[in-house]
Design a protein around this ligand. Sequence first.
Ligand code: XMP
Length: 524
Amino acid sequence: KVLILDFGSQVTQLIARRVREAAVFCEIHPNDVSDEFIRSFAPKAIILSGSHASTYEDHELRAPQAVWELGVPVLGICYGMQTMAVQLGGTVEWSDHREFGYAEVRAHGHTKLLSGIQDFETPEGHGMLKAWMSHGDKVTALPPGFKLMASTPSCPIAGMADEERGFYAFQFHPEVTHTLQGAAIITRFVREIAGCQGDWQMGSYIDEAVARIREQVGDEEVILGLSGGVDSSVAAALIHRAIGDQLTCVFVDHGLLRLNEGDMVMDMFVGRLHAKVIRVDASEVFLGKLAGVTDPERKRKIIGAEFVEVFQAEASKLKNAKWLAQGTIYPDVVESGGTKTKKATTIKSHHNVGGLPETLGLKLLEPLRELFKDEVRALGVALGLPADMVYRHPFPGPGLGVRILGEVKKDFADLLRRADAIFIEELRNTIDPATGKSWYALTSQAFAVFLPVKSVGVMGDGRTYDYVVALRAVQTSDFMTADWAELPYSLLKKTSGRIINEVRGINRVTYDVSSKPPATIEWE
Ligand code: XMP
């Protein structure tokens, strides 16, 4: 396996993705792990990441000495290259001025890493790479034993190599897709230079994960909070594969789920997988606690706290449970364990149905901790979960509680559920001719929002005075920023027509054309 040492770059996770796309297993750890840790990790190769843009004090960050002494290939990227140069006797010129962006990089001489990899050739016959650079600080003298591997006019040492020791480094970022040959470079590094097998696949991953879970858990019992979302569903399916009836899932229905969602979850897990699932219908309790509450943050807090309460009450009935399973995935781990996470102002206090407090006194079982979202999805499919469950849009823990503006009432939830289901159905059924994909697949998240205001309408000969629904559909890669989706008018027209005709109580539909920021994806 490959060890990635993270110096705090925004794109370190992309290195891991590229390595795993080369079917090689890897893990990211902070740059300051101990020498002993590195030795016991026994990596077949080490990759040093970049660092934050323009934080001057970061120039003190160094790779542990063991990196250079282990005798395995090392690839330094951006800051990783600079620290490699400094630690091995080269020089670096630090600067607080940075340049970002596209660069054409010349590949020099012949190295095992770049040989035959290029985007185009100059008339003089130089092999060139189209790359994404972010430099300012740069290596100005090669360490002893190194030769020049790449250069640009403004960065004469944009790549260096000591092939004897298997040390390679680039100033540009091979992990980002803007560097067209980046995936090829990383694949060559881990497969050919480091000699990793390239046999990391879902099938074998399932076998390994199942064996690991059995070993960890033994004959003890496990409980898991099933939300119907992708992560907890895949975790449940995997653990069930490993230990069968030693797993009990608790599915709390807070009355704020989507149309038929509870039944679908039960059909899937009980009907098809034959897992043990306790369905707790707590909708009355939740709606009771929410009565009269209009403030979004208070609603979130109430739903979060009540969820824990209900789950704990169920969990305490399972006297033999020793483990709490969670669908924590890799980005959650990196985010919460990251060395340099800046504390942002709380826009919304996210309540996650998967996230339970440690007060239960149970041991944690998190079998998806190493996986990225797309790997979790692939695993779900490999475990036999239906694709439309695995590729579902995300749904917030507080559910419709934050999609009914102001006070949450059962009648409102019922209207919203039906409107939302129509919208989703139309998105799934409308195929974009340009891509051949449905608009559900082309959007990252789409849903209806209930607005507790009444407007006048006319239906047949009569006057109506009913509620409004807003449709929201966004496209985003990380949910931190998002654009509203330019859905076809015909799709909006059909959806609006169906909602107004089929859902008595709603007589007006609007489409939300706000991007994030300044709006957020959810309305509350
Ligand atoms: P916002 O509205 O902040 O949403 O732009 C970003 C993403 O987070 C989801 N979201 C939540 N997920 N618990 C969750 O599990 C929450 O309390 C919560 N609030 C927002 C939202 O659906 C979107 O995908």
